[in-house]
Structure formats: structure tokens, C-alpha cells
Design a protein around this ligand. Structure first.
Ligand code: ATP
Ligand code: MG
Length: 677
């Protein structure tokens, strides 16, 4: 057992760690060791026998962070079995509560967790059922409004106040949707937290079990909790108020998902005897990087205001690069990596952080062309790929008969000659008889309601499902999937497909089977599938990382590129239009998060022209570029002035490159910033 892990901390950090009892708030800037303090505190509590590992509730922002924390704690206690069982995200911990107590809420404990795709499908069905115009009421819009209500802790009957005409309709849809998912024994992501809160509110005996058990609660990234998450925490804090939250108001970037900085700013009012700790040493970034970020964020008016000192040397100046076009920018970045960075760093240490995920395309094209390895974190998740979703649907319906959404998918692949009209017939029957889809099909077969061909196909499916359910009791889940792939005709279907994508599909399926070995049983594997976020993917191999700034929270890399610093893209036009000044400050916080991910080198860049929604637009440099401190940055203009008439990377747009494209604003900007005389 490592004896003196406190020696890896500075004095302020130590104080924050050993202050174990009562409410504690640690407020500190990026890279000051907040997460390190939290991890050490977790180990400290266990080592000093303040609590058993399963008596500490520790909430992290991502599953990846949870895993890292678990590993760090295991390292503290080398070899010892000190797994912290209540360590995870709000969602993953909520699932644990709900599996144990589903019955108290009228669910069965094998409920399915819906993904966005499932949610959209269900909403579409409700829209159709209500004869609404699907164009006017897009599933995305409806789900966003429902999500907003859920983040505020409001189930359909709790939503009050004045509705605008759209909200009125959405409210009606919400009611039907919520009933439907309950009938299917499913929950969506928002439900996981909302129903946990309801569980504790309605069942004080259950609540007390946990409240007593959790001697300590630790929360990372507290600035980004929303109303319902905060309530969830408040319900679980014990009578000694042993809760320790760490956060940074300057890194609050999720208000669009309902995060309320108020939770953070009023923590000391809620917990009157709260101790507040500040950490001022930054251990992550060089001085130039840290100063650049600090000066930029000082332009925000609504902030607590903190000082941060770098423990490192000055380091390289932060590079500010101006490019002609988006493609030019991608080339420029790849040149820097190839000619310079690759000598010093592994590609894994290099990350490109974008504001909008579509920005990655130009980089991808470039990296593919020159053969540099890359990975997109937050692009399509592994479990969102069609073939994986197909097979997971089989597993879902085997695990839970009432999962109609999964069964609908299973009916569709491989094709069984069941068309839309038969499906509608089954749905109508199941509604009328109040049966799940599978039971409805079985009953319809018995009553002879299908045409012979369809009957044979469906009978075969129902028999197979029953057989696989029996198999699942006898064989391992990773062997079960192999049986399903063979017996369902899925492998035959793939053999018959001759397109180039097939190779990838087969690879993905192999990877799926491999991944299933990591989980004890089918249920825990399915839970992993539904909770895995986009950053919970394979980080191994020497590849450049491409991801959004939002997804990079809490992470750190040797080198960070921040492309696309142009008005409208960053700060993002949409969020500016929506929320004005408030949104601008949130965008600036995002810039702060982006820059402070870098340990050694940071490259900020913007292009003068960019293809946007299929059109060329003149871009003005982001206002944030003008806020960067002169003394910490080095400005460069791409020398890549070439005749660009061969642009062909977006449909058939061909644009002549001439002076017209250098907007007056751009000229002014360059003069002001001494890029030209
Ligand atoms: P963020 O705000 O980005 O989440 P943070 O405050 O959580 O950052 P950490 O990730 O805990 O900061 O720490 C930043 C880096 O500094 C990590 O690499 C960590 O290992 C290192 N670090 C933290 N404290 C110390 C210390 N006392 N001595 C040496 N290195 C440290
Ligand atoms: Mg952190």
C-alpha cells in the first residue's frame, strides 16, 4: 500500500484532501489538480478507514473519467481489492439504483435504456398517431423540449406555466411518449435521473438506506450539474452533509443541456457551514498557454475571478495562424504535425479541438490523403453502426420481451418479407389487446390472422426467439450472439452482400463479440452499450485525436490545435442568436476550456473563407482572436497563396480566388493586429 500519497500534493491541495467532514467546495481554475484532489480524497477516506469503498459515492463527468479514477484508486492500494462500486456518472449510478428498485416505480428491473434513435422513432410514431405535421414538429425539436422539462425534474403532470403553441402540442406528445416508454418497460437518458429522484422522494425508506450508506459524496465538474442532478445529490447527502464538490465557474459550458451555474454559486448558501478551498497552481500548461487562456477569460463579466500560476516554464508562444480557406487550414495543420510535431510527440498526444463536429471533415480528408492516422472522438459511436445496432436489437429483445422497438428492428433484418402493412396490423392488434409486439404476433398466429407466407416467417422468428432465450440461460452471452448470427440468417445476409463496406461490417461484428467478453453477463453488456458515450472508445494506437471542445472537458494533451476561430463558427452564430450576451460568455468559457487542455503547445487558427452549408462565405476572425494577449502569441500568415480554382471538395462549387474574397473587415483586422503593414 502506498504510504504517503499526500506527498504528491501541494499544501493547498493537501488541506482540501484532509478536510473530509462537512460540506466542502473546491473552486479552482483549469489544470490546478481538482480531479487529482478528488481522487486522492477518495483514497484518503478509504485508507483512513473513514468509509469502506462502497460507502463513498463519487460522481464523474464521463465513464472514461470514472474508469481512470477507479484505476488511480487501485494504484494507491496496489493489488488490494478496493473497487469503489458507487463511482460513475450520474447516469450510470442512477441505473444501479433503478435496477434494484424498479418495482417501486412500476417498472421491471430489466428495463431497456433507449438511445436517441429509439427515442426519435417513438416520437415519430406518436406524431403519426396524433396526425401532426411531421415537418413542423421534428422529433429533434420535440425531444429537446421534453429534455428541458426532464432536466427541470418535470414529468408530464408536473409541467406547469404558460405554454406557447408549440409547447402545448409537445406537452401532449410528452404525455403519450412517457406512457409508451413505461408500457415498453424502457427509460430514456433523462428518465434515469428523474426517476431516481422520484424513487427517493416517494420512498423515504429506500432513500434512507442510501443516505446512511454513503458516508461521503464526491462530485467532479460540479459547475455543469443541472437542476435535477443537484436535487439527486441533495437527496443523498447524509445528515452530516459530507459532500465535497469540485469545479470551475469558468468551465461551465453545458447550459444548453440545462446546466445551472447557480448550483455552484449558491452551494455555500445551501450548505451554510461549507468550507471553500481555492487552488492556484496550474500543473498542466506552460506559462504562455495559461496566460493566453487567463487573459481571454478575463473578458467575461460574470465570473468569480481567480488567479492561476503556472508551475511550468514559459514554453513556446501560442501560435495564431491565419489561413486562406478551411482546406488550407487543414493542410497547414497537417504540415505542422508532419514537419515539426511528429519528431517530438506521439500522434496520440496531439488533439484537434473543434467547435462543430462537421469541421472535422476537412482534416479527415487531408489525413487520409497523406496517410496520417486519426480518430474522431464523438463522431458515430461504435454502437450506433447499423450492423451493431441490428445484433444488439436481437440481444435486447431476448433480454426483454417487451422491447418492441428492438423487435421491430429484428423483424426488418434480415428481411423476412414483412412489409409496412403487416407491421401496422400487428401494432393495431397489440394496442387493442394491450400486448407487447411479440405476444401480439404469437396470438395473431394462433388466431390465424396472417397470410400463410407471413405466418411461416413470423412463426420461425418467434420460435427462434424462444430458443435463444432458453440458450441464454445455458451458454455465455458471447456464444449466444454467434448462435444468433448463424441461426437468424444474418451471416448469410452478409455473405450475399458484395459491397466494399462488408469488410468493415465483419470487422465490427468481430469487435462486438470481443467486447462482449469484457462483461459478465448479457444484462451488464447491454447496460454498457446504452451508457457508453462517444468518448468511451478505443484511445489506443498512434493516432491524432479529433473532437469537440465540449467533449474535451477534464482531458489534457501535449499539443492542442484550435481551428476555425471565426465569427459565426466560434463564437457560434446559433448560440449567439439564441441567448445573446449570456451565450457569448459561454462561448468564451469554451475557448478557455479549449486552450487549457494543452500542456506544451497550442495552435489557434482561422480561415478567411470557408464553405458553409454548401456555400463559400467570407469569414471574419473570431472576436476572441482580438482578445488574445500580444506578448504570449506568435502570429503567422499562411504562405500558401495558390491559385485555388481547383476546389472541388464540396459538390460542384468552383470559386475563383481573387481579392474580392478578402473582406474589408479582414483587412482592418490584419492591420490592427499587425499581420500586414
Ligand atoms: P480541469 O479543470 O481541466 O478538470 P483539474 O483542476 O481537474 O483540471 P487535474 O486534471 O487534476 O486538474 O490536474 C492537471 C494536471 O496536473 C494533471 O496532469 C495532474 O496529474 C497534474 N497535477 C495536479 N496536481 C499536481 C501536483 N501537486 N504535482 C504535480 N502534478 C500535479
Ligand atoms: Mg478535472
Amino acid at each position: 500500500m502506498e504510504e504517503n500519497f499526500l506527498s504528491n500534493l501541494n499544501e493547498d491541495q493537501k488541506k482540501a484532501v484532509i478536510s473530509t467532514d462537512g460540506p466542502n467546495l473546491i473552486v479552482a481554475g483549469a489544470g490546478s489538480g481538482k480531479t487529482r484532489v478528488l481522487t486522492t480524497k477518495l483514497a484518503y477516506l478509504i485508507k483512513n478507514k473513514k468509509a469502506w469503498p462502497n460507502q463513498i459515492l463519487c460522481v464523474t463527468f464521463t465513464n472514461k473519467a470514472a474508469r481512470e479514477m477507479q484505476n488511480r484508486v487501485m494504484n494507491f492500494f496496489k493489488g488490494a481489492k478496493n473497487s469503489v462500486s458507487w463511482l460513475g456518472t450520474f447516469h450510470s449510478i442512477s441505473v444501479k439504483f433503478l435496477r434494484r428498485h424498479a418495482e417501486a416505480l412500476g417498472f421491471k428491473s430489466n428495463f431497456t435504456i433507449l438511445d436517441t434513435d429509439d427515442q426519435k422513432k417513438l416520437i415519430k410514431k406518436v406524431i403519426e398517431g396524433e396526425n401532426l405535421d411531421a415537418k413542423k414538429y421534428s422529433p429533434q425539436l420535440i425531444l429537446a423540449i421534453i429534455d428541458k422539462w426532464k432536466n427541470k425534474g418535470q414529468l408530464p403532470n408536473d409541467v406547469k406555466g404558460k405554454f406557447d403553441p408549440i409547447e402545448k402540442i409537445v406537452h401532449k406528445i410528452y404525455k403519450i411518449y412517457q406512457q409508451k416508454i413505461k408500457d415498453l418497460n424502457c427509460m430514456d437518458f433523462g428518465d434515469l435521473i428523474l426517476y431516481s429522484v422520484q424513487l427517493f422522494e416517494k420512498n423515504s425508506d429506500i432513500r434512507q438506506i442510501y443516505q446512511k450508506n454513503f458516508k461521503y459524496i464526491l462530485v467532479d465538474e460540479f459547475q455543469d450539474t443541472n437542476f435535477i442532478q443537484n436535487k439527486w445529490l441533495n437527496l443523498l447527502v447524509n445528515e452530516k452533509n459530507n459532500i465535497c464538490c469540485v469545479g470551475d465557474d469558468d468551465q461551465s459550458i453545458y447550459s444548453w443541456r440545462g446546466a445551472e451555474i447557480k448550483n455552484f454559486l449558491t452551494f455555500d448558501k445551501l450548505y451554510k457551514d461549507c468550507k471553500i478551498f481555492k487552488l492556484q497552481q496550474n500543473y498542466r500548461s506552460t506559462k504562455n498557454i495559461l496566460d493566453t487562456a487567463s487573459i481571454l477569460i478575463s473578458n467575461n463579466k460574470s465570473r468569480i475571478g481567480k488567479k492561476l500560476l503556472s508551475k511550468k516554464n514559459d514554453g513556446e508562444l501560442v501560435k495564431l495562424n491565419c489561413y486562406q480557406t478551411g482546406r488550407d487550414e487543414a493542410e497547414g495543420v497537417s504540415d505542422i504535425i508532419e514537419n515539426n510535431l511528429q519528431k517530438k510527440f506521439s500522434l496520440n498526444d496531439i488533439t484537434i479541438l473543434v467547435r462543430a463536429i462537421y469541421q472535422t471533415r476537412e482534416f479527415e480528408e487531408r489525413f487520409l490523403k497523406i496517410g496520417l492516422g486519426y480518430r474522431i472522438i464523438g463522431g458515430m459511436r461504435f454502437y450506433e453502426r447499423a450492423e451493431i445496432k441490428d445484433l444488439v436489437a436481437y440481444l435486447r429483445v431476448i433480454s426483454q420481451k417487451t422491447d418492441d422497438l428492438a423487435l421491430e428492428r429484428v423483424i426488418g433484418v434480415p428481411k423476412k418479407g414483412i412489409g409496412e402493412s403487416t407491421l401496422n396490423q400487428i401494432y393495431t392488434f397489440s394496442n387493442k389487446e394491450k400486448l407487447c409486439l411479440e405476444d401480439a404476433i404469437a396470438k395473431m398466429i394462433r388466431e390465424g390472422l396472417f397470410k400463410p407466407k407471413i405466418k411461416i416467417a413470423l412463426e420461425k422468428l418467434i420460435n427462434s426467439l424462444n430458443k435463444w432465450r432458453e440458450d441464454s440461460k445455458k451458454i455465455k452471452h458471447y456464444d449466444l450472439i454467434k448462435t444468433i448470427i448463424d441461426e437468424s440468417g444474418y451471416s448469410q445476409m452478409l455473405k450475399n452482400k458484395k459491397d466494399i463496406e462488408n469488410e468493415n461490417r465483419l470487422e465490427n461484428i468481430k469487435e462486438l463479440i470481443r467486447a462482449m467478453h469484457d462483461y459478465e453477463n448479457l444484462q451488464s453488456f447491454l447496460e454498457h452499450v446504452s451508457l457508453a458515450t462517444s468518448i468511451d472508445q478505443n484511445w489506443e494506437g498512434d493516432k491524432i485525436n479529433l473532437m469537440t471542445m465540449h467533449a474535451a472537458k477534464g482531458l489534457e494533451f501535449e499539443v492542442v490545435f484550435l481551428p476555425g476561430w471565426e465569427e459565426g463558427l466560434f463564437p457560434h452564430q446559433k448560440s449567439l442568436e439564441e441567448k445573446g450576451d449570456f451565450a457569448l460568455e459561454e462561448e468564451r468559457r469554451l475557448a478557455y476550456v479549449g486552450i487549457t487542455r494543452a500542456k506544451q503547445e497550442a495552435f489557434i487558427s482561422f480561415a478567411m473563407r470557408r464553405v458553409y452549408h454548401g456555400d463559400w462565405v467570407d469569414a471574419l476572425p473570431s472576436r476572441f482572436v482580438g482578445e488574445l494577449p500580444e506578448k504570449n502569441i506568435e502570429k503567422n500568415e499562411s504562405q500558401n497563396f495558390k491559385d485555388d480554382t481547383d476546389f472541388d471538395f464540396n459538390q460542384d462549387i468552383q470559386i475563383e480566388f481573387d481579392d474580392e474574397y478578402r473582406s474589408p473587415g479582414w483587412e482592418r483586422f490584419k492591420r490592427k493586429n499587425k499581420l500586414i503593414k
